[in-house]
Design a protein around this ligand. Sequence first.
Ligand code: SF4
Length: 332
Amino acid sequence: MKLLEIRNLRTYFDTLDGIVKAVDGVSFDVDKGEIVAIVGETGCGKSVTARSIMRLLPKSAKISGEILLNGKNILKMSPKEMEKIRQKRISMIFQEPMTAFDPLYTIGQQFTEILQKHEKMSKAEAYEKSVQMLELVGIPEAKKRVDEYPHEFSGGMIQRAMIARALLNNPELVIADEPTTGLDVSIQAQIINVIADMQKKFKTSTILITHDMGVAAELADKIIVMYSGKIMERGDLGEIISSPLHPYTEGLIAAIPKLNTKKGEKLHAIPGMVPSPYALPKGCRFHPRCYAKMDKCEKKEPPYVEVLPGRFVACWKVLKEKGALLNHESPK
Ligand code: SF4
């Protein structure tokens, strides 16, 4: 059952140097209770997609398309309605949790305020629930720590507290924006486990934003691979990881460290850089970095096509191989 349907989302920014098409015609769904990971390098548009859903964008942003939450287009909602959505139905786990908490109040005071305001709990009930939530995300001595200030928490512990805060109001959708970036590898693994456990417990739909295909592979049910504002490939996790179709997806998967990777051994890296949003390449945006580039790739943008049931790809090579050219011109 669909919770979120995103149709042809475009988020453009008017800047002094020109228009930046940060998200350029993106469509996908999130079903109830599933984790959808949006994966790609910095600058691919994944965080702007998340912020478009939250409508947390600067004034220079122009959004079009549809973002349907239980069938209702949130792009048509008033700022007041949107505020309610952000308070009750969609919450966010930020990359830098320390900046998301108020340093002047204890974790308990901040949780209690949210619960009293939005869940209409008494102070005692809200305090009790705050302790329970900290226990649920694995914070030891939660009864003591609930009265501590954010700066008294370590990086891993404050991220756990951020996850607890995001779940306080039983939201329908949680957006986790790079929740493990900047943490030590062992702490990253713990946070991945907390997110997985919480998702199982609360059955909340989750959009996981990450540059790390390894993190996505640990958590997600479905993967969306973005590049320069567009979706290159999307499908179920197992299929994407076992048989990636798009050359960019192949590169991201090849960059995941393997168990037998030796110390000092170089990981696979996709050659080149993400293009400047002011100078996007003609044709396929990935062509300057693609090992499989054909003449056509430099001239014409590949369409985004369902090549197998539930599997969407934008790549001339894949369309040719899968015989999924439909009504599109054949590549040379
Ligand atoms: Fe490579 Fe061409 Fe496919 Fe783009 S369309 S990913 S350049 S093969």
